[in-house]
Design a protein around this ligand. Sequence first.
Ligand code: 3NM
Ligand code: MG
Length: 521
Amino acid sequence: TPSNKPQLDLSVYLVTDSRMVPEAEFLATVEAALQGGVTLLQLREKSLDTAIFADRARATLALARKYGVPLLINDRLDVALAVGADGVHLGQDDLDAHTARALLGPNKIVGVTVHNIAQAVAAAENGADYLGTCAIFDTATKVHPDGFVPLGIEGVRTLLADMAEHPRLAKMPIVTIGGLNAENIGAVMAETANPRKQLDGVAVVSAIMAQPDAREATAELVDIVKAGKLAPNAQYVANADDALVQAAAHLLAKLRSGQTPLVHHLTNFVVMNDNANAALHIGGSPVMAHAVQEMNDMTGFASALVINVGTLSEHWIEAMLLAGKVANERGIPVILDPVGAGATAYRRETCERLLREVQFAVIKGNAGEIAALANLPGLDVEMRGVDSGDSSPKARIALSRALAQATGAVVVLTGATDFISYTDGDEIKTVALENGSAWLGKLTGTGCTTATLVGCFAGVAELDQRAAAAVAGVLSMGIAAELAVPEAKGPASFKVALFDHLYTLQPEDLVKHARVRVVEV
Ligand code: 3NM
Ligand code: MG
């Protein structure tokens, strides 16, 4: 059932203060701000008697409804309930969010002011829909307790960085307040942002209420915030409705519904057991046969084949080529994990042979491995404008695209940001995935395990869903890792939690936590 909870847009959030305008002009000022494009309203009255407050709330609500903008009431849950406002905004000394949520129900908005990451976590756990920081700058509008120090740009930046790392807060909308105006909000948006998270907007009182033309003042703020959201280095896209993320979630739903693809692995001794367990936990059925004599039968039963060139030896190569050929003949997707591809001539030559004789659906490697493949003599890889040894995002994007173009495979280039390039008609497309955790680097074989997950998803994917299968595999690993981090004491308990989360991960977790953005080239 569709929720009738109002849409929350924090871009330009007007907090009222009736002391800033003559009594008779209050509603006209609010209406001018609504006409100027305010996206959210909060009625904040610290000295009105309750009856007058409620009357004003009713009148303001009627205006807010006229412009389709939600109205929240500061502090006074009773007034919010009495007039049927859209929710409340609560400070740390007001009623707690948990109680407010219980009294308001799920379809109202609850916002909470937070001073630090601990309060942000608590607010999220208590059901807050968005957060407001305490004051970023000094302001004459609100009297703060003695000793209060505004957060400053640095304080807000730290809070956003901490939120980006926290599974419950990475997607929590957040706004800042205090001394903000048309002169400083552009810088505030840009300078507090990190690649994963930026402010969703700004809350202001005097920058609208105390201006001679509230409508014009608001329109100016709206323009600046819009532009700030598009600032290239401040861009983050939490693509809950991105088609690839939806398709990835759909593939996980297939695994969860009991389709159990048999995924045949020819993988290295180091990761064999972990890969088998990961396949089992995400919903696949692993088999690790590697005798040449079995390839024909085993690959014939399989829904996907994973070839991993770690711990190579001669009979493995023969088995890989045979399994790859069988898979190709039967339309079974083949995943290549070119572990250490550039490290030895033997691995390079093996990869060259594999690429020559087997058509891969997905190739997954780090920048070094993908570069080693791209430099193989047999491949006609065109690398325009990229120097070898350049490890910038731009170079990594170009590399993944070039290999995707040359092989026709979906290419997953892993790193702090993963880039996935794939052909779509005549076009090469690339998406960037920002999920994951540095903890993955403290466990051996997590890269190989990602290839296993991709194999499981490819095993239930249609031919035209192979990019989605790659996205699903990488997202599952990254998101399971993010969920595992708060439960871990060290690498060993992280591993346990990671595998538990691979087992419990649901399609909606992918949609909720995915940080996937389309790379414009
Ligand atoms: N709350 P102006 S500062 C309403 O620190 C409010 O939580 C604050 O007014 C907090 O935009 C503030 O005029 C007033 O500076 C912001
Ligand atoms: Mg308060």
